[in-house]
Design a protein around this ligand. Sequence first.
Ligand code: KIV
Ligand code: ZN
Length: 526
Amino acid sequence: MSTKIDQDRVLIFDTTLRDGEQSPGATMTHAEKLEIAGMLDEMGVDIIEAGFPIASEGDFEAVRDIARQTKNATICGLARANFKDIDRCWEAVRHAKSPRIHTFIGTSPLHRAIPNLDMDQMAERIHETVTHARNLCDNVQWSPMDATRTEHDYLCRVVEIAIKAGATTINIPDTVGYTYPFESANLIRMLKERVPGADTVIFATHCHNDLGMATANALAAVEAGARQIECTINGLGERAGNTALEEVVMALKVRNDILPYRTGVDTTKIMNISRRVATVSGFPVQYNKAIVGKNAFAHESGIHQDGMLKNAETFEIMRPADIGLKETNLVMGKHSGRAALRAKLKELGFDLADNQLNDVFVRFKALADRKKEVFEDDLVALMRDQVSGEAHDRIQVKFLRVICGTEAPQSADLVLSVDGVDHRVTAQGDGPVDATFNAVKAVFPHTANLQLYQVHAVTEGTDAQATVSVRMEEEGRIVTGQAADTDTVVASAKAYVNALNRLLVRRQKSDPDADVKSVSYRDAGE
Ligand code: KIV
Ligand code: ZN
């Protein structure tokens, strides 16, 4: 079968739920994955890579349930080059209206050495596994992992084998983010010229951002004939991340004069999904991130502000509304009611059930009492806090009072509930945050070490909420935690406890299969 290719269209393949979730600490719950998949489908993404079904029971169930719920997008699962992975992947994706199996193997010399296959043995493995996948599903994507460091002759040979075995999409990954844009373009051009049957498949590009060139490399590949871009929301992904969906989609929209290709993405949904992914993954978006960063549309210098007032195009190449940002961020105060809150949250991408709305409303009122003006960003922080402080969390902060100031020692008086039992403790430390964390450790001893502690003000003013992010590591497991509060020390305590709760879930889930995810690249040829 040859694939019908619309030459004016670039397909958007989102891998937030697979490659994005592989970022250390970015693990999402089942419900969160289903929610993000729903948002991706609604915004018009063509293909959703929903997970790696063999990696764990949880991954399998998420892919299967996303396949069942999705209305429009093709649902794809990842599988290594062996029958067991491929069968498991098919079991999960076959429920979709449009299923796809994505199978891969590392083809560069470094990656060939790991399963200890020579070139001929690997070629045979590719033939067998793609044929097997194609016998199950008529939509098969094949990736030569580390393609950009694979010898060109060998790359042409294996791509030809995969096409002959029935692959309908050939993805060319820059797995280690090593490529320059002109090389990325040349590679696609070379494959399209040299490989028999290349005109019958779609070429895809999958770029990592180790040198900060992922988006440029993806667009260069499109210029050379690739018609599928693999990307993630906020550029989430292994190490420095992937091509960011919002960047490629907006680049194609804003510079349509350079690359005259359409995508099916409704760009006005970008801001909401970006916020939601930041919340559920625990990876905040950097302030100066292209398109979705807090400062992407902020103008501070006098010259810029003057220019903006006269003509916004002076300093903006797109309008905030293009990505779903409102002109004004000021939304509500303490007199705002439940209906207004529900409507505003819906606009921000949070569709709440009645009982959830009740909880958030109480918290919103408490915030509005402490803070004169409640901005959209405050509501997003409140929602993030809602997610991180779920009622079923084993550990919860019940009370905190700190003594701090110029005279040491600083101390924290803390009540922590663990499995429903309250424990009170007073601890000292080097500053209020250190004292608070010591108090948590006194109640709930653990060996996890704190790798990162970050505080951001959500909005301006001394009454602003603080968002605190922490990252912890325990025996190779990395988790993140977040919380917001007008009191920075309270936010710190809640963020720390949020990370501990996630760690407990991870500990519980630690079964032999769960490790497949972390060794997936090493064992790719197995
Ligand atoms: O970066 C990579 O090579 C991948 C493959 C599994 C496509 O994520
Ligand atoms: Zn990748």
